[in-house]
Design a protein around this ligand. Structure first.
Ligand code: DHE
Length: 543
């Protein structure tokens, strides 16, 4: 159901790591190659392969490619695999025309050499990259504008490495700020005042929404490659800390919430949850802030462990390690904000963590490659409170009961069929009866350019399809409709219409009650909008 090219483009985003800074060794045990060929292959590997196979080739969504394996397989076998791909999800880089035969030969040889290793990134590198642009004492003590900043949206402009701060009340772009490379997500401080963004290049930027217009007040690089950032939300620790998780080096960094001064860097290297083998590159995936304790909940992808990092005393850091399953990716809270539900996407499981008692309460089986984003919480007419995920690998929308005292807590109580596979995000709101399901990676443009909406009160009635991209009226391009996000009031849903870098993109605002088009935000500065994070909903974990 998902074309390998769209899935590969999703998983295999070009790495932010500059191949030139890696330690390269052409050792004598691998097949012959020149220095130039080795450098070329390193570059291609980081651009196209590392996302799935890992920088050190230990494997994640893609199979391990360590030299003990690749040397046994040999050059011819590897060339065939790279050329034709595999049903397991390996793209057909040769027959697709992406690489020539000679390039594939170079890659096959390269894989039989030890992997080039990017440098580590510790306190010295962090401090060198850290800048406080406006010191806390020089910042305004109240908003310098009349806008309702709790209803701002921080919008990822992926391919320009920027975020747009859009006023949810007026739909005006208030500010566009240069952030990290292929910036990924935004999270808000507990007070709603600051937005923290993370680039794929591990650059964290801190934006002050009191300023007119909002500006970046501090910045730091916490590694070479990253996806997640979060802030402390527990009572008494509002705005005190920020945390960022890195893919490379595999580590998380706790920073001062006001200035991003790095305080504590913790490596995630260690043993996998199941076979208990050493993994040199366990990447940090989703991070959420606990509401039950002064803790961050940190998903470690390759080891399949969930860490509860207690920030009440960062000099004597307490970390509870919960064994879950490989390969942890994204997740969110149930409506009580006590249980964290997160996808172990290659194991096809949802892990459920009780953040109060600090333990795993369920590892629930679901269908191929769950991908919830933060998920959606609704009241099912038959089963009460449920948390919902859609999937990359099939059209199923899976409901897990979150009624901890009910009959089937954490079990799958309902499965609906949506438009098709290639879904990334679902969304609802406590004030809404709608459940929205996107499908941006579906190979059929009619499906990737529209969205399905279910009536929560009448789930058997099936879904309505809204032609979001058509409403945006953009002309040429892929125009993938991605990531529903509500406004603060819960009466509008915003969608990104994600087009190519040189094409026109838009944000489409739908009236939640009538499901009619309300507004299109079209502006040449809106380059490749993807994720949108409403300040109020992000602070309060409303989804
Ligand atoms: Fe994401 C969340 C990683 C590709 C849009 N993405 C996340 C999170 C992780 C992650 C770990 C959870 C962060 C958290 O909650 O703390 N994403 C990755 C990848 O590793 C991957 C597969 C490939 C890559 O190389 O980056 C990847 N992601 C994408 C995209 O191609 C998307 C669709 C477009 C884009 O902007 O790059 C994309 N990811 C998003 C969005 C969220 C996200 C919008 C937050 C969803 C939310 O509602 O919380």
């Amino acid at each position: 159901p998902v074309s390998s090219s769209s899935e590969a483009s999703y998983k295999g985003t070009k790495s932010a790591i500059d191949p030139e800074i890696t330690v390269q060794m052409i050792d004598s045990d691998g097949p012959d190659m020149t220095k130039e060929q080795f450098a070329f292959a390193t570059k291609i590997y980081f651009e196209r392969c590392a996302g799935c196979h890992g920088v050190l080739r230990k494997g994640a969504t893609g199979k391990p490619l360590t030299t003990d394996i690749t040397r046994e397989k040999g050059t011819d076998y590897l060339k065939t695999l790279i050329t034709y791909g595999s049903p397991a999800g390996m793209p057909n880089w040769g027959t697709s025309g992406d690489f020539t035969e000679a390039e594939i030969d170079t890659l096959a040889r390269f894989l039989q050499h030890e992997p080039p290793t990017p440098p580590q990134w510790g306190m010295v590198e962090m401090k060198n990259s850290w800048k406080v642009l406006v010191a806390p004492e020089d910042r305004p003590d109240k908003p310098q504008h009349k806008r309702n900043y709790e209803n701002f949206f921080s919008v990822t402009l992926r391919d320009s490495g920027e975020v747009a701060i859009i006023d949810g009340d007026t739909k005006e772009i208030f500010s566009i700020l240069k952030t990290g490379y292929a910036v990924h997500i935004s999270r808000t401080s507990a007070s709603s005042r600051y937005i923290y963004t993370i680039g794929r290049d591990a650059k964290v930027d801190m934006i002050d929404l009191f300023m007119n217009p909002p500006q970046i007040v501090a910045t730091i690089k916490v590694g070479l490659e990253a996806r997640s950032v979060e802030t402390s939300k527990y009572k008494g620790y509002e705005d005190k800390y920020a945390i960022a998780g890195s893919y490379w080096p595999p580590q998380y960094t706790i920073m001062d919430g006001d200035t991003l001064e790095p305080k504590r860097i913790v490596s995630t290297r260690g043993m996998t949850v199941d076979t208990q083998e050493y993994h040199p590159e366990p990447r940090v995936a989703a991070i959420v802030a606990s509401h039950q304790h002064p803790e961050f909940i940190v998903n470690i992808k390759e080891t399949g462990k969930i860490l509860l990092v207690n920030y009440s005393d960062i000099e004597n850091l307490t970390v509870t390690t919960i064994n879950a399953a490989r390969f942890l990716h994204d997740g969110g809270w149930d409506r009580s904000k006590r249980y964290f539900l997160t996808a172990a996407n290659q194991s096809d499981k949802i892990a459920v963590i009780d953040s109060k008692d600090r333990k795993l309460v369920s590892l629930t089986d679901v269908d191929k490659i769950p991908h919830p984003g933060r998920g959606a919480n609704v009241d099912d007419p038959d089963f009460g409170p449920v948390w919902i995920t859609s999937a990359l690998g099939n059209d199923k929308i899976t409901f897990l009961s979150t009624d901890a005292k009910g009959k089937n807590p954490w079990q799958v109580v309902r499965t609906l069929h949506g438009q098709g596979g290639g879904s990334l995000f679902v969304k609802s709101h406590p004030k809404s009866k709608n459940l929205w399901v996107d499908s941006p990676l579906n190979p059929d443009p009619a499906i990737s350019q529209s969205v399905a909406v279910f009536n929560v009160k009448d789930l058997d009635a099936g879904f309505e399809v809204l032609p979001i991209a058509e409403w945006a009226d953009l002309g040429e391009g892929a125009k993938r409709v991605v990531q529903p996000e509500y406004n603060m009031q819960g009466d509008e849903v915003w969608f990104s219409v994600w087009n190519g870098k040189d094409q026109t993109s838009a944000i489409v605002v739908v009236d939640d009650k009538t499901r009619q088009l309300k507004h299109v935000i079209k502006d040449e500065r809106l380059i490749t909008p993807t994720g949108k994070f409403n300040v109020h909903n992000t602070v309060e974990d409303v989804y």
